[in-house]
Design a protein around this ligand. Sequence first.
Ligand code: PHE
Length: 359
Amino acid sequence: MRKAESLEQLIAGWDGVGVVSRFDGESGAWFFVAMHDDSLGRPTGGTRLRRYGSPAEGLLDAMRLAEGMTAKWAVAGVKAGGGKAVLAVPGPLEGEARRGMLRRYGGLVESLRGAFSTGEDLGTTPQDMADIASATRWVLGGRGETVTDPGPFTARGVVGAIRASARHAGLLGGADGDLSGLRVLIQGVGHVGGPLARELAAVGAELVVSDVNRQQLEALAEEIGATTVAPDEVYGTACDIFAPCAIGAVISPQTVPHLACRAVVGSANNQLASDADAGALHDRGILYAPDYVANAGGAIAFAHLAANPNVEDGELFERVGKVETILDEVFTEAAERAESPLVTAQHRVERILADARPG
Ligand code: PHE
């Protein structure tokens, strides 16, 4: 994984469109808007809110996440560019202090006059997005006064991704698409992992869940009848599908040797500590669904909602079906070439971007 050195080094070493940053003195938060690529359209991506060890770590996260968005929009066939924002807060921020900070961040986004548009991501809620939207029109997911949660759409896409993966890994015993009995381990049961667990439980999958938030975990496990595992036992737990749905960089030289699954398919962004880890999974015979394909459901739904403000959820969920189709194609091509699906997906992204660029 790239190391966060200094802000200067990160900016100097980046090949993206550029970075907008601001220090919010009142809250002590750093705002970073990373715009990676605009070949396909306006840099667009979620706003992540969390604590980091240093401002540079926050900027590095924004940059890597923006790169992921470039790939996500490209494979999904959406005319948007890669961007992401990070609000690196010094500590927990609630109530009026939080709202004020979000409004000031919204003001920064508004000042860009459409150079960047944003939506929900890890650490932000629909209410946060509504607060940001009170200061800028460049927020995706708005419906009247409220902002829709992209989580359930992302989760539906992951279900499709799991179906495609199970099919290609030869894990489906019964009828095509029947996930009953499939053992899925979900790491993180928040905005995406939660709805994902419920959907999979409803179709008869066998669930093992984990989360750093014990209360949230126990409540969900009881609701859907899932087994729980402690966060530090996740990597060695046997399952058919390992679904990382929390933080990034969980697939690394430290964890790959321990994995006891047939496929890695989840919603977390930047699951790999580095691209080489996809090769390590491939060598171990573990199928890897590139994160930016598996987790594109929310982005696909929100792009469609932005263009068609009156569509109903049913149609948005239908659109998300694209994730399974794209992954099927990627897995088929990867198998033909005996390469990691990540390599196949990256070629796709490069082709699409090259076609869109002038000259
Ligand atoms: N933040 C989510 C992602 O990383 C979903 C999202 C994308 C929301 C773009 C709004 C806009 O894909």
